[in-house]
Design a protein around this ligand. Sequence first.
Ligand code: NAP
Length: 516
Amino acid sequence: MIALQSYVRGQWVAGSGDPVRLHEPATEAVLGEARPAGVDLAAALAHARNVGGPALRAMTFPQRAELLKALAGKLHEHRDELIDIAARNGGNTRGDAKFDLDGASGTLAFYANLGLGLPAGNVLADGPGVQLGRTPRFWGQHVFTPRPGVAVHINAFNFPAWGMGEKMACALLAGVPVVEKAGTASALLAFRMAQIVVDSGLLPEGAFQFLAGSASALLDLLGPMDAVAFTGSSRTGALIRGNRNLVARNVRVNIEADSINPAVLGPDAEGGSDTFEQFLANVVVDMTQKAGQKCTAVRRILVPAAMVDEVRDALTERLRAIKVGNPLDGDVRMGPVASAEQLRDVRAGLQALAAAADVVLGGPEPIADRGYFVAPTLLVARPGDAAVVHELEVFGPSATIVPYDGTVAAAVELCNRGGGGLVASCYSDDRAFVEGLVAGIAAWHGRIWLGSEKTLGQALGPGAVLPATIHGGPGRAGGGEELGGLRGLQPYLQRTAIQGDRAVVGRMFGLDAHAT
Ligand code: NAP
């Protein structure tokens, strides 16, 4: 059994307090344990601010980009070992694990490439300058500089690798040291990755620390230059946002929470068409990849009433063909959910959904004597007020077909009932329908993925988060935003308006293009 340790102030530290056990979800065997306390959190933060931050800021954007590139390579070198840990502790199939791990190294590599093209300093111009005085002599220029604080990253259990990799990439490139906290249930993978990062010796001292215990007390110690990036449930997100110290000191907080993501089938997308096939394929991937434990997975499948039977039958057939079992078996296509707690929540959630929807495949009943397995579960909402379908996130291999009348207005109303989402997808070749839908739902969603005949086979489905575009969403999705190219650095940079003699402003920040 592995006893997880934290890495703080240049040392691995054993935890203290009551242990939390980490399991192999396919067999329920105990693999490790984490203890919540035992780390001097104030000293860890001071180490990041006083040692890690200055060392990172002594480098330029391109130099830090080189670090990210090397880190991506290092993690890739250990890919097979990490895939095995993800299968054992996360219940991931090989495909699931690659999605998480390649997402981590891919995002690090993406930001490395981006950073290599940035100015060789620590200042980024934010757009062009602007004349502020009677003549262009008095000039204004917005600039971004790294904040001399620490980035605390609190991650969810479902993406231990990607969650840590994508957050680290942005903060480190910005020049801000990180304290990484993994979701405990699947933390063996993040722990091993932390060991690889530390053993690589690539990062300057204090730039990277790892917490195997609880992060809640840490929040009370943060100050105005620090930032918290949280990924997890709406409930924990609300607790963090409401933390008195964070509120009182205006600490930057980014919340990535849950979302009842809709997929809309347009009335024009006939059975057998490329658009229809794309819709089916993406819904099945979202329901079964990582056993449905993706914040971006489709939860509500909006289907014109006249097409419901056809969609139900086609999805049922494909979902039935998915082999569920121990992910270490090569032909298994879907593993268990990650923990006993998850299993309990998913079963309770499915029971709640069944009050408003008919279960047509799967359901909450156990499907194995051992292990945290759930059957792929498809439901069809009954006519009437199915509020629970629009409000309850069941974080497992489940989605509900919601019939609508085929109009844009009805689709918009149903999509937005989710109260703010991470991603909505639409499958249609009717331009007027697509444009109307986008106009009606854009403000309520962080991302809209449009599938059509022309996009078949072009890209990953809506469940994949790409570093070039933003991830996040309004309302219940947390109100946060991550990634999106250079936008992803903004939580760690301060924007300042510099006003004065145009030549001085330009020279001072190396923005000579703007100086006269
Ligand atoms: P969670 O229970 O909210 O936990 C998330 C993280 O917060 C974990 O690291 C957890 O640590 C920590 N935490 C718990 N209580 C805390 C507190 N009082 N103060 C500080 N940290 C605290 O969520 P989860 O079960 O891990 O993840 C599943 C949820 O995450 C789903 O709802 C899913 O939709 C959402 N999610 C969202 C995104 C997104 O990008 N929007 C991505 C992935 C998942 P412990 O594990 O040690 O309790």
